[in-house]
Design a binder for this molecule. Structure first.
Ligand SMILES: NC(=O)c1ccc[n+]([C@@H]2O[C@H](COP(=O)([O-])OP(=O)(O)OC[C@H]3O[C@@H](n4cnc5c(N)ncnc54)[C@H](OP(=O)(O)O)[C@@H]3O)[C@@H](O)[C@H]2O)c1
Length: 294
């Protein structure tokens, strides 16, 4: 099936955004590929898809979500290239490891700028055109951390949780204009974000949280390696999600995300806390009390 709709995807330089841009291009979409390094990124997308330099269905858009001027310029160039886009996929993201006490304020600010403030600003810039067109879909790429806060990922979990609440609220506002919102609770996929190199590491492995880190590191990495699926599977899930005509959808992409969403519905919050603690090997309640700092 060919599809002539236009889709803006953020974070298309690599990972899930790259796979999604290739997949949707091949299905006939006009892909507006937003990324920080547009020259190299667009070249890589052309090489992967076989698109020519002047292909009107693959447009590069320079976008840094932490920079207001860049967001404004990106919105203008999107509208110049495609008018009001049919779909807007907020995919770009960053990850960080470390306990709340270990993560600096600057990281919290960058996390929220990338995951919430930047995407909100881009959405606000594009919504007038989308409303006027009377159709469209906004997809928010969330995570298991957005469903349930996970230890050692507080800034990430908090920002993804905020993203989900933003999407739920906005869905109620834009539905009468024919615009639907989808929250994609994304499972584990084999991209840089799940590697040490792709994560900002704030952990103090010799500090007061050393007993947590010791087991979490091993168990977390092993679980991720086992669960990680190919980014193309995510891209296929996203393509299906873009075909929805419902005003609001929250759905998993991947079996681990599906299982967590079911557990989150069935188990009490305190039970999930215990389950997480046991799975991650975190010391029991009170076990480290009275220890000296430093
Ligand atoms: N992979 C997983 O297992 C998984 C699981 C759950 C949720 N997710 C979510 O899926 C989304 C994509 O992640 P991924 O796995 O593809 O990770 P990735 O390979 O690390 O890619 C992240 C993308 O976000 C972009 N980005 C980061 N900061 C940006 C900024 N300030 N402005 C614009 N773009 C920025 C990166 O661009 P640069 O190349 O310029 O850095 C890159 O294109 C994220 O929202 C992530 O939270 C992923």
């Amino acid at each position: 099936m060919t599809d002539r709709r236009s889709v803006v995807i953020t974070g298309t330089s690599r990972g899930l955004g790259f796979a999604a841009a290739c997949h949707l291009y091949r299905r006939g979409w006009h892909v507006l590929a937003a990324m920080r390094s547009v020259d190299t990124g667009l070249e890589a997308l052309r090489a992967a898809t076989g698109a020519g330099d002047d292909d009107p269905r693959l447009t590069g858009v320079a976008l840094d979500l932490t920079d207001t001027a860049s967001i404004e310029a990106a919105a203008k160039s999107i509208e110049a290239a495609s008018g009001a886009p049919y779909a807007l996929v907020h995919n770009a993201g960053i990850s960080a490891a470390g306990m709340v006490e270990e993560t600096p304020d600057s990281l919290w600010e960058r996390m929220f700028a990338t995951t919430v403030f930047g995407p909100v600003a881009l959405t606000k810039a594009l919504l007038p055109g989308m409303r006027e067109a009377g159709r469209g879909r906004i997809v928010l790429v969330s995570s298991q951390g957005g469903v349930r806060g996970m230890p050692s990922t507080a800034p990430y979990s908090a920002a993804k949780g905020a993203l989900e609440r933003w999407g739920e609220a906005m869905a109620g506002e834009v539905a009468p204009f024919g615009i639907g919102v989808t929250v994609l609770v994304t499972g584990t996929y084999d991209t840089e974000i799940i590697t040490d190199a792709g994560t900002t590491d704030c952990r103090d492995l010799a500090g007061v949280y050393a007993p947590h880190h010791a087991t979490m590191d091993k168990r977390g990495r092993a679980a991720m390696r086992m669960a990680a699926r190919s980014p193309e599977k995510f891209a296929a899930g996203l393509a299906k999600a873009l075909d929805s005509t419902k005003p609001f959808v929250k759905q998993p992409v991947g079996p681990d995300a599906r299982m967590l969403m079911i557990a989150n519905r069935l188990l009490p919050s305190a039970g999930l806390h215990q389950m997480t603690r046991l799975m991650m090997g975190i010391p029991r309640f009170g076990a480290l009390g009275g220890r000296r700092n430093g």
